[in-house]
Design a protein. Structure first.
Length: 728
């Protein structure tokens, strides 16, 4: 006899709706029992979204809806399987007949049947990114584009750009102009490749992942027979994480539900943080407009966090420009106010976190119940070093460790051969960066260097080949300059960058503007060292790949602190959460330009803060490195400034720090530093906190200008949000 969840053993029949009601709060049951017409369930963080979908599936089957007529669309296969399995435990195994899966998986099933209307055979092949890149290579050769030089976009970038165009519903020309402006000279060639790529796939019966969505939408839009059969097949459609849908997915949902409009989408507008993947915040906001009879249901009871944490997170999202108003509340007892702490600098920030973690461990907290969250992967570098020094085991999620990046390794290798002239691994990497020097030549040079007690002298005595003589001599000049013992580590870095910049832009021609952010971070880190050897020692305490697992782990192998980007932390929870680097330029990121991007940064902080169950620390450094490489006061994140003071505890916080006042930045005098649009006409020289010095090229909109930065190219800056200083 099968035992059902929440049932006594003698029950062996479908659970009655009244029994399901007992397992849910009133808002959850309202969503679960909604039978006819469109519904939008705004499920706040920790409010039991998955539970609601599980019980709704069971409720529908219990009310007599055939499982085959229910469609459940999710973003992971695991999520769909878990929901259907849990529903079957509540009712019976008939729930396993519900069609559930990702958009792509369900699209594949329908295209096997209806793809013929688009010219595809039922046995079409689904290709992955590697396959797509292989096709691009073939096309480049057949179109004679392979001879256009090393600056021509790589196969990976071409595939990525085409995918971004599809998922964001933006023409490829606009994607190139906005994201890959340095490759605009190849726009026509890229459009030709795109056209031939589509033709090649159709001729060979191939679809990539984006095609699955594009072609499913085409079938629903262009073929009335297929649309009627698919839409009439399902009496109820449910969509999980609707805030993460892109244009294609939203259109598919609308078309599939056209026959009956029994569509329930579940999500949280406040957790829409994946625009870089093509997700569109407007989808969840505009759902009631697309379906005028939509019933909006709010799930506001949080089962994860204490009320003081929720009171503060409610305040974070309260100032959102566009939102579904909701107030999360909790019946979880106790809890302290979140702590806002101003550290002296990033090193002090790292030391503060480690001290607090050690205190929590002494109080009996488990290391794996603690997480440190940050906006970007490289923000945790100094903390990683401090944790390794204190032998605290951690796991990093999201983003590559700074020293694992190829361009960072290149720069550090030049510094290492000065610090340790017998570092042959670094010598090999340095030599391979010289133009026309390949592995065999590098080994010959290295053999000569190895035999000498003074590698630099041996290098100077080596006779270079004619084809690589110029590059070799430039390397010798660089190494000679680096031998100046009066140079600080930061000055040595600048010397290396003067040599490496043209190599860097050539090697990483596809994405060097993005990689440049890592070099800026490395520059910031080096500014905190008085001698080069200390920096080399810190980065070599453990190999970068093993930095999270230092030898002599004092806390066992099973427990690890989690370091994570906010994006990678979504959907997870910990008893204690630290959010770091809450200053302008880091959180929110210096890379955001438009008001809607600032709003997504706000939602990112909301997601980060709602991961905490019992304790929440919001930390910012009081000092940062200026564009001129001197220490200056940090500008505290505008999002922290908006939180009412009585919602948090802030030990030692100084109100004289520069703050964001909603229109501009306010300093110690309390006077606004807002930059008026009239002050920044064409030709105005400005300095940006991240991009450095630049010149205004044109006014492109209200309070928005286009500025050219020598190292970063053309950027569009909104003066209400960017940290800029007028130079002339």
């Amino acid at each position: 006899m099968q035992q059902y969840l929440f049932d006594t053993p003698e029950h062996n029949k479908k659970k009655e709706p009244s029994s399901i009601r007992d397992q849910l709060n009133s808002s959850q049951f309202e969503a679960v029992s909604h039978m006819e017409g469109p519904a939008l369930v705004i499920a706040g963080a920790g409010s039991g979204k998955t539970r609601t979908l599980v019980y709704r599936t069971a409720y529908l089957v219990g009310k007599g809806v055939s499982p085959e007529r229910i469609l459940l669309l999710t973003f992971t296969r695991k999520a769909a399987q878990e929901m259907i399995t849990r529903a079957s435990m509540i009712i019976d195994d008939s729930c396993r007949m519900v069609m559930g899966g990702t958009f792509h998986a369900v699209a594949s099933q329908f295209l096997r049947r209806y793809g013929q209307f688009l010219g595809y055979p039922p046995n079409f092949t689904i290709i992955d990114q590697a396959d797509a890149e292989g096709i691009i290579n073939l096309l480049k050769a057949s179109l004679n584009f392979s001879g256009l030089g090393k600056k021509f976009p790589s196969k990976r970038l071409i595939v990525t750009a085409m995918s971004q165009s599809v998922n964001k519903a933006i023409p490829l020309t606009e994607i190139i102009a906005d994201r890959y402006w340095h490759l605009q000279e190849y726009t026509e060639e890229l459009l030709t490749i795109k056209e031939q790529y589509q033709k090649f796939k159709l001729e060979h019966g191939l679809m990539d992942y984006d095609d699955l969505l594009v072609n499913w939408k085409r079938i629903l839009q262009e073929n009335e027979t297929a649309r009627d059969e698919i839409s009439s097949r399902f009496k109820h459609v449910m969509v999980d994480e609707y805030q993460d849908t892109n244009h294609l997915q939203a259109d598919i949902v609308r078309l599939v539900g056209a026959y009956h409009e029994n569509i329930m989408v579940v999500g949280d507008d406040s957790q829409s943080i994946y625009s870089f993947r093509g997700a569109d915040f407007k989808n969840i906001m505009e759902f009631p407009r697309l379906f005028p009879d939509t019933k909006v249901i709010r799930l506001e009871e949080n089962y994860r966090s204490t009320q003081p944490i929720l009171t503060m997170t409610n305040a974070i999202i309260e100032n959102a420009v566009e939102k579904y108003t909701k107030k999360l509340f909790s019946r979880v007892d106790g809890g302290d106010k979140p702590i806002i702490f101003g550290a002296r600098n990033e090193s002090d920030q790292a030391q503060f976190i480690v001290r607090k973690i050690v205190e929590l461990l002494k109080e009996g907290e488990s290391l794996n119940e603690i997480a440190v969250l940050f906006r970007s992967g490289y923000h945790s570098y100094k903390l990683e070093l401090e944790l390794a020094n204190q032998q605290l085991s951690f796991e990093k999620r999201g983003g590559m460790k700074l020293t694992e990046s190829a361009h960072i390794k290149d720069v550090i290798s030049h510094l290492r051969v000065i610090s340790n002239k017998q570092d042959h691994l670094s010598w090999n990497r340095v030599l391979l960066l010289v133009e026309k020097v390949g592995p065999k030549t590098a080994q010959k040079i290295l053999a000569a260097v190895k035999q000498s007690e003074e590698p630099l002298d041996a290098l100077r005595a080596y006779k270079p080949g004619k084809t690589w003589q110029h590059g070799f001599n430039e390397l010798l000049a660089l190494l000679g300059n680096l031998e100046d013992t009066s140079l600080s580590p930061l000055e040595q870095f600048e010397v290396v960058m003067e040599y490496y910049q043209p190599i860097f832009e050539k090697l990483f021609h596809d994405d060097y503007p993005t990689r440049a952010r890592d070099l800026e971070q490395l520059r910031s880190i080096l500014s905190g060292y008085d001698d080069l050897q200390s920096f080399i020692d810190d980065t070599a305490l453990d190999p970068p790949g093993n930095l999270s697992e230092p030898e002599g782990d004092l806390h066992g192998d099973s427990e690890k602190l989690i370091l994570s980007t906010v994006h990678s932390a979504k959907g997870l929870e910990w008893k204690t959460v630290f959010i770091i680097n809450l200053v302008e330029g880091k959180f929110p990121s210096s890379m955001v330009r438009l008001p809607e991007e600032i709003e997504e940064e706000r939602r990112l902080l909301y997601v980060a803060a709602t991961r905490a169950k019992e304790r929440l620390f919001l930390i910012y450094p009081r000092e940062v490195l200026s564009p001129k490489r001197y220490t200056e006061p940090a500008i505290i994140s505008r999002f922290l400034e908006e939180i009412p003071a009585d919602f948090t505890y802030s030990p030692g916080r100084k109100s004289s720090l520069p703050t964001f006042d909603g229109a501009g930045f306010t300093g110690k005098t309390g006077k606004s530093k807002r930059t008026e649009s009239g002050d920044v006409g064409v030709g105005t020289q400005i300095r940006h906190s991240f991009f450095g010095e630049g010149k205004v090229q044109k006014n492109v909109g209200p309070r928005t200008v286009s500025i050219f930065f020598p190292r970063h190219g053309l950027k569009t800056i909104n003066l209400d949000y960017a940290k800029v200083e007028i130079l002339s």
